[in-house]
Design a protein around this ligand. Structure first.
Ligand code: SF4
Ligand code: FES
Length: 320
């Protein structure tokens, strides 16, 4: 099927969504996505950041779609024409979506562990307005521990449902979900500290904001002060391929590897994530490239540039 997005035409398989077709083209025409996650079945359709304008429905029925549509949930039709960054309507609507997402989100970036790798921060910077018109009281929640290694800061949650899908699809028993409805909806376990599963830590990686954080890393460092290194180990539970975030010769945290849309490539187990914090636990391969346009990719060394690695890391001096 042929689809044209912001003037770029591409052939895609039937069933491909507009968002994925845009990702196949790449570049700045790709709509932002706060809830869709390609590795999680049925994700998307919650946040409306990926709205686009369909100016031609298909070759057979060229009528435009009257409303903006969620590109993560709308599949392409042959001959469809879509506008994203070339549509004033989309840019205006996206500003509104950002404003809604920020209504209940605290502006606590200076003390939030997600700062620097927060999708909402990037979204607000790239698509939002400089001022808020919101004067009412924001909803707030107490922080709770869900499991011994994960902190839930519900006040920051944007209800994207990614953590729920992660728990549902990659752990053997889901013990948390969305409680209540509408503006009262919240992520919860009902029984605090109930999350105890070998793969539960992946919820931290999929959370686009700082609502789920790693208790073993909280407040240890800003992410831009630690260096991401690709590392691997023999693990009998997961792929054993991760990124270790180093400060000098210390491993401050371990995360899964992510692609350029900041989506996990392979989910990792909690043993790798929380218990393997010694350099000797890992075979450190070299600097991890952060593809995403974000503050954490700024001023970082890149592949191909020679860097001097401390000897104690044991991976030689010149890393390509
Ligand atoms: S806790 Fe994070 S991943 Fe879960 S719904 Fe809220 S924002 Fe999404
Ligand atoms: S990414 Fe499409 S609605 Fe959230």
């Amino acid at each position: 099927m042929k689809v044209t997005i912001d003037g770029h035409t591409i052939d895609v398989e039937p069933g491909t969504t507009i968002l994925n077709a845009a990702r196949m083209i790449g570049g700045e025409i790709v709509p932002p996505a706060m809830c869709y996650y390609s590795k999680l079945k049925d994700s998307g359709g919650k946040c409306r950041t990926c709205l686009v304008e369909v100016t031609k429905g298909s070759e057979k029925d060229p009528r435009p779609m009257p409303k903006l549509v969620a590109s993560c949930r709308t599949t392409v039709m042959d001959g469809m024409e879509v506008k994203n960054i070339t549509s004033e309507r989309v840019l205006e609507a996206r500003k509104g979506v950002v404003e809604f997402l920020l209504i209940n989100h605290p502006l606590d970036c200076p003390i939030c562990d997600q700062a620097g790798e927060c999708h909402l921060q990037d979204l607000a910077y790239e698509h939002g307005t400089a001022k808020t018109r919101y004067e009412e009281e924001r909803r707030t929640f107490d922080q709770i521990d869900i499991g011994d290694k994960i902190k839930l800061h519900m006040t920051r949650c944007i209800m994207c449902f990614r953590c729920v899908f992660t728990a549902d699809q990659i752990t053997d028993k889901r013990v948390h979900g969305v409680l209540y409805r509408g503006d009262a909806a919240e992520i919860g376990t009902y029984i605090e500290k109930a999350i105890d599963n070998d793969f539960s830590g992946n919820m931290i990686d999929v959370c686009p904001v700082g609502a789920l954080t790693d208790k073993t890393f909280r407040f240890k460092s800003r992410v831009w002060f630690v260096k991401p290194m690709n590392a691997s180990r023999d693990c009998d539970k997961c792929c054993g391929k991760a990124v270790v975030w180093m400060y000098g010769n210390e491993i401050y945290r371990v995360t899964a590897r992510k692609d350029k849309y900041d989506e996990v490539v392979d989910f990792i187990c909690n043993t790798c994530r929380f218990d393997k914090k010694q350099v000797s636990d890992w075979n450190i391969e070299g600097p991890a490239e952060i593809n995403r346009h974000s503050v954490i990719s700024a001023n970082k060394y890149k592949k191909g540039i020679k860097v001097t690695a401390p000897k104690v890391l044991g991976y030689g001096n010149n890393v390509d």
